[in-house]
Design a protein around this ligand. Structure first.
Ligand SMILES: [Zn+2]
Length: 336
């Protein structure tokens, strides 16, 4: 069952009181993390409760500090840190620990962060043994896109939606990112609307983004050829991010290994910023949304969401498999 959660009002009180106390002796330390403090204070996670509550049983041992773990991910991403060593960093740095909402004797272990991810995106992400997919050699010109592997698929999908909407909705309901998307909608989009950052009448646009995985495109050798003195072989290898594939980054004119994200954004004319409304994620060469994507990019797809980017230019996110969950940390509030 879902354990205790300190609501935003109490969290704010805790942070301000602890930071004030710390600032009496180490004002420099508090000042150093000013932007992180501001971000955490504006990140109201109360609306997230209704989204994740159904994911926990009504009985059993309580899963403690789930929202706090989510907040900690946001902070971790802001600090450009990875989960390896993050818990140690929090315990050694009083400012970070305070704004994550933890006391010295009440901090979740690293394993709790993993459990949280498994809860939000319950997917078996097992490595796969298969042949190496080589990086394509053909170079395209700047701005040029790869030819679609399944021409006409959009028309086919559109037809499916029109003729059998119910089936399509059922299919969408199974997408792995649905909880992440709901958290984003309640925590970031709703908040942005309330703050007036997303106006009542919006210009909506969609744009793709390259999402690079940190997992190796070469895979890991699992054969014994090396022991027999054969150093170059074509045996199957183990890939830790089996859903990743090669794609063409037309903006930077290079191939990248990972996924394609697609984001629907609202443009704020006054502030001249794009504010993401909805994230989508696709495997390269696969035009079916969501169900086939893995946990790693699921979080990655949300990376760019809350970041206000200049119109039509979404920076590619570089992620590593092991820091999959750091991506969730980018679910920061849309703030000025
Ligand atoms: Zn071999």
């Amino acid at each position: 069952m879902l354990g205790y959660y300190c609501n935003h009002k109490d969290y704010t009180t805790f942070v301000l009181s602890e930071l004030n106390r710390l600032a009496e002796t180490r004002p420099d330390q508090v000042n150093e993390y000013k932007s992180a403090v501001m971000k955490m204070l504006v990140l109201d996670l109360d609306p997230m409760l209704q989204v994740i509550a159904p994911l926990y049983a009504s009985t059993g041992r309580p899963a403690e500090m789930q929202m706090e773990i989510f907040r900690s991910f946001v902070l971790m991403k802001h600090m450009r840190a990875t989960l390896d060593g993050w818990v140690d960093k929090l315990s050694q740095n009083p400012v970070l620990r305070i704004i994550a909402g933890f006391t010295p004797d009440n901090m979740p272990k690293t394993s709790s962060y993993y459990d949280f991810i498994n809860r939000i995106v319950p997917l078996k992400e097992l490595p796969e043994v298969r042949p190496v997919t080589k990086k394509p050699k053909e170079m395209l010109k700047k701005g040029e896109k790869l030819a679609p592997k399944n021409p006409g698929i959009v028309a086919k999908l559109a037809k499916q939606v029109i003729t059998n909407e119910e089936r399509f909705r059922k299919r969408l309901a199974r997408r792995l990112e649905r909880f992440l998307q709901r958290i984003f909608a309640r925590v970031a989009v709703d908040a942005s609307v309330k703050m007036g950052l997303i106006p009542e009448s919006v210009d909506v646009s969609g744009d793709g983004a390259c999402i690079e995985t940190g997992a190796s495109s070469y895979g890991k050798k699992v054969c014994k050829c090396h022991e027999s003195g054969i150093h170059k072989c074509t045996c199957d290898r183990r890939f830790s991010d089996p859903s990743a594939n090669w794609g063409w980054d037309s903006h930077n004119e290079r191939y990248f290994y990972g996924y394609t994200g697609y984001f629907i954004s609202a443009y704020n004319r006054d502030l001249k910023i794009d504010l993401p409304l909805y994230p989508g994620l696709f495997r390269q060469t696969v035009t079916t949304p969501f169900p086939q994507s893995s946990r790693c990019p699921s979080f990655a797809s949300l990376t760019q969401l809350c970041v206000s980017t200049p119109s039509s230019q979404t920076a590619p996110a570089t992620i590593t498999l092991h820091t999959t969950f750091c991506i969730i940390g980018t679910l920061m509030p849309l703030s000025r």
